[in-house]
Design a protein around this ligand. Structure first.
Ligand SMILES: [Zn+2]
Length: 301
């Protein structure tokens, strides 16, 4: 089923990463800049992440011996340093996720560079971390961001959807690992309900919302794939959902040959595989297009 499966270390049949984007209340401040400071319900919903869910998630990971990846906007590092410090202290990876969760597509390349540097500075200054993994807010990566990732010597991006397993981006001759995401393993569709930022999702019950993720796992496990979840502490870190995740993790670690690791570890491993045999990892050449193919829309009318 996979054209270029990767042989995972120690005979594991599937590489697994549950990643969390700790956006906290950045989303409401970005969406409602005029009066977000006085919108207490969405602020408290976001703060539930660093205050309640992250300690709960870290407890589970510590007990089960898992090291995973978190992506945190620079502003959230400044607001919630204790949560980020405990991620780092416990050996997890903390990646770059913009400064205030700004969408790269809404800024010029120059403005993007400013926000990007400001976020790097927050990670370094507040918690002594130099991120080497990146996930674009709302996955909206563009060529300007790719150039920044190369400039800052990042190890990988995790915003694109071009394959089932990690692959290599060749950006005008420069290489960057891609740790692909997709909406089927993102917890926003089943669990987010956030009218203030334009999302009115029918919230699913914990078991039916999580069911899709477990089916994704089974499919990846069968073919030696890469099961990669993109979750949010204020969504999947909620009590009833996390209780089910915890149970699932316990039973999966017990009954399956899986390799749970941070995206940084998996990216390093895949790169080493590629260095041994350059044909074993798929390479995607960028830029895909220099101009929008429909830019001369009159040609098509
Ligand atoms: Zn985010």
């Amino acid at each position: 089923m996979l054209r270029n499966p990767i042989k995972w270390p120690n005979g594991a049949k599937c590489a697994c990463a549950i990643t969390f984007d700790m956006d906290a209340d950045s989303l409401i401040h970005l969406a409602r800049p005029k009066n977000s400071h006085d919108r207490l319900y969405p602020i408290s919903m976001g703060r539930y992440g660093p205050d309640v869910a992250v300690p709960r998630i870290l407890d589970t990971y510590r007990r089960l011996g898992l090291k995973q990846s978190f992506f945190v906007p620079g502003w959230c590092v400044e607001q919630y340093p204790a949560a980020v410090e405990s991620m780092l202290e416990q050996g997890h990876e903390v990646g770059h996720h913009g400064y205030l969760h700004e969408d790269p597509l809404t800024h010029s390349y120059e403005q993007q560079a400013e926000w990007f540097g400001k976020a790097m500075d927050a990670h370094k200054r507040v918690v002594g971390n130099t991120p080497r993994g990146y996930r674009a807010p709302v996955y909206n990566i563009n060529q300007g961001v790719l150039d920044l990732l190369l400039e800052y010597d990042f190890q990988y991006d995790s915003s694109m959807m071009g394959d089932d397993i990690p692959y290599m981006l060749d950006i005008r001759g420069h290489h960057l690992m891609e740790m692909p995401v997709h909406w089927g393993t993102d917890d926003w569709p089943p669990f987010a309900h956030f009218d203030e930022i334009g999302y009115m999702m029918p919230v699913k019950s914990p078991s039916s919302g999580l069911q899709g993720f477990w089916e994704e796992f089974e499919a990846h496990y069968e073919v030696g794939g890469f099961w990669h979840c993109i979750w949010h502490p204020f969504l999947t870190g909620r009590l009833a959902r996390w209780k089910q995740v915890e149970k699932w993790l316990e039973s999966t670690l017990e009954n399956y040959d899986v390799w749970f690791a941070s995206l940084g570890e998996i990216a390093a491993y895949v790169r080493s595989v590629q260095e041994e045999d350059s044909g074993s990892v798929r390479v995607d050449k960028l830029p895909y297009y220099e101009l929008p193919p429909a830019s001369r829309a009159t040609d098509f009318s």
